[in-house]
Write a protein that binds this ligand. Structure first.
Ligand code: FAD
Ligand code: 2HG
Ligand code: ZN
Length: 472
């Protein structure tokens, strides 16, 4: 049956578009962290929407599961097939065209396999901005960004992928093509179907193209690194910056000392901006679409005010774009640096910003009681109330022993998140990693409606099943 299907897929995409030799498949079968590995009957690489539709239709006829995959940078195993060897990975990476850039409408229409950075560059070449920005932007794709409703470091000002999308083109689980590529900022003709596919992690259909919003280019920017005594100071800093810099506040990231220490230890050329260590750090970015002189003065005076109020212990303002990039390197380097310290248990949570200090205090206390010496690596997009509450084993600890505690430690963090009215996945999604546990933290009516949606869109359960919710 598999050989027969592979033959039919080759008719759709040509012989080079179907990989079935195990040596060619390896890169598609494990995730970025090597936390999830599966096997597949084949990897198919279509070059057009019609080819995607042909592949999905052939798989549907054969009753074979399709696992959509973009840049494979996802952090919860959503793009990795199971271990049956019967699933087909559908890689979108050949579909990377910018179909249209409409400067007057401030929109760009791109194919799902376009790498995020290439879309940012296309916008910049037209004197405009596509504002989604994240550490994996050199390899993640627009389709993956949409399917995970990616966030990143510009959400404070521009929102998540949901907020940046006007239209979608989707191949439905039976192979039909839905053309919803509308570039409209106003469209009240019933249910907003594109939003159902965004954040669905490839479980309802394959996104093949999107119309995305563009914005005026940024013409001035100021970046600073501040030392803070505790998370309460970070919350207070948001208040000071909102008061004194208004909408120019574009980015606000929080990092614990341990997160930064990992980067200083493992990233060549990384330097501590201060002589002495401090418990917490904030990375602040202001930007303006006008070439305003004096944005540095705004950030300096806001941080000066924060210093006066006892919120900031020390601060440095970047005096060149190279220095600003070095500060961002300290922040963006944390994921990679943590991988050098053994297994990185990832938890990507959000709570209301005002409750972050109490949340961190309670969660840290509970984690330290559960595993004495555990290394808590807390950092993230505090301006969005989103923290990456990652864990590394105690110094000298055993990798497997630590991995065996993963489920119990996740519960410690999620119970605390729930007690503070938060979400157990702020930006990375559920994928395989949280598909079982989510049922304990989400309203049962909400889960029922989600199951109903899955049943409606994919009654035969052939589109990336077992991601998001179990058994679907
Ligand atoms: P993949 O990993 O290939 O897939 C992710 C999910 O989307 C899977 O469920 C897959 O089935 C589905 N999918 C992919 N393409 C399609 C498609 N065309 N149609 C339907 N479903 C599809 N995420 C953030 O939100 N914010 C961050 O700041 C951030 N920083 C990161 C930093 C690093 C160093 C790394 C490694 C990851 C980071 N991520 C972040 C996570 C990841 O980059 C994002 O989730 C990204 O959006 C995934 O894109 P991708 O193309 O790699 O998707
Ligand atoms: C980030 O903000 C990403 O750096 C990745 O969302 C977080 O690796 C992580 O846990
Ligand atoms: Zn993040």
């Amino acid at each position: 049956m598999t050989a027969d299907l592979i033959g039919r897929l080759r008719e759709v995409v040509g012989p080079a578009g179907v990989l079935s030799d195990p040596a060619d498949l390896a890169g598609y079968l494990s995730d970025w962290r090597n936390a999830y590995t599966g096997t597949a009957a084949a990897v198919v690489r279509p070059g057009s929407t019609e080819e995607v539709a042909g592949v999905v239709a052939r798989c549907s006829e054969a009753g074979v599961v399709v696992v959509p995959q973009g840049g494979n940078t996802g952090l919860c195993g959503g793009a990795v097939p199971d271990s049956s060897g019967r699933q087909v990975v559908l890689s979108l990476t050949r579909m990377r065209r910018i179909r249209d850039l409409d400067a007057a409408n401030q929109t760009v229409t791109v194919e799902a396999g376009a790498v995020l950075r290439s879309v940012q560059e296309a916008a910049a070449a037209a004197g405009l901005l596509f504002p989604l920005s994240l550490g994996a932007e050199g390899s993640c794709t627009i389709g993956g960004n949409l399917a995970t409703n990616a966030g990143g470091t510009g959400v404070l000002r521009y929102g998540t992928m949901r907020d940046l999308t006007l239209g979608l083109e989707v191949v439905l689980p039976d192979g039909r093509i839905w053309n919803g590529l509308r570039g409209l900022r106003k469209d009240n003709t019933g249910y907003d179907l594109k939003q159902v596919f965004i954040g669905a992690e490839g479980t309802l259909g394959v996104i093949t193209a999107a119309v995305l919003k563009l914005f005026p280019a940024v013409r001035s920017r100021a970046t600073a690194w501040a030392a803070l005594p505790d998370p309460q100071a970070a919350v207070d800093l948001i208040g000071v910056l909102r008061e004194l810099a208004g909408d120019r506040l574009t980015g606000l990231e929080l990092m614990s000392r341990r997160s930064v220490e990992f980067v200083l230890r493992h990233s060549a050329g990384a330097r501590d901006p201060f002589g002495d260590p401090h418990p917490w750090y904030a990375l602040v970015e202001l930007s303006d679409t006008l070439p305003v002189a004096g944005l540095d003065a705004v950030i300096e005076s806001a941080l000066g005010e924060a210093f006066e109020r006892g919120v900031v212990l020390d601060a440095v303002v970047a005096s060149s774009s190279a220095q600003a990039a070095a500060l961002w390197g300290l922040r963006e380097g944390i994921s990679v640096a943590q991988n050098h310290e053994g297994p990185s248990l990832k938890h990507d949570v959000s709570v209301p910003i005002s409750r972050i200090p109490a949340f961190v205090e309670r969660t840290d206390r509970a984690l330290e009681a559960a595993v004495p010496g555990i290394r808590i690596v807390t950092y993230g997009h505090i301006g969005d109330g989103n923290l990456h509450y990652n864990l590394s084993k105690p110094v000298g600890g055993d990798d497997d022993e630590f991995r065996a505690r993963a489920g119990a430690l996740a519960r410690v963090i999620y119970d605390s998140t729930c007690a503070f009215d938060g979400s157990i996945s702020a930006e990375h999604g559920l994928g395989q990693s949280k598909r079982e546990i989510v049922a304990d933290y989400k309203d049962s009516h909400e889960l029922d409606l989600m199951r109903g949606l899955k049943q409606l869109f994919d009654p035969r359960g052939l589109m990336n099943p077992g991601k998001v919710l179990p058994g679907l």
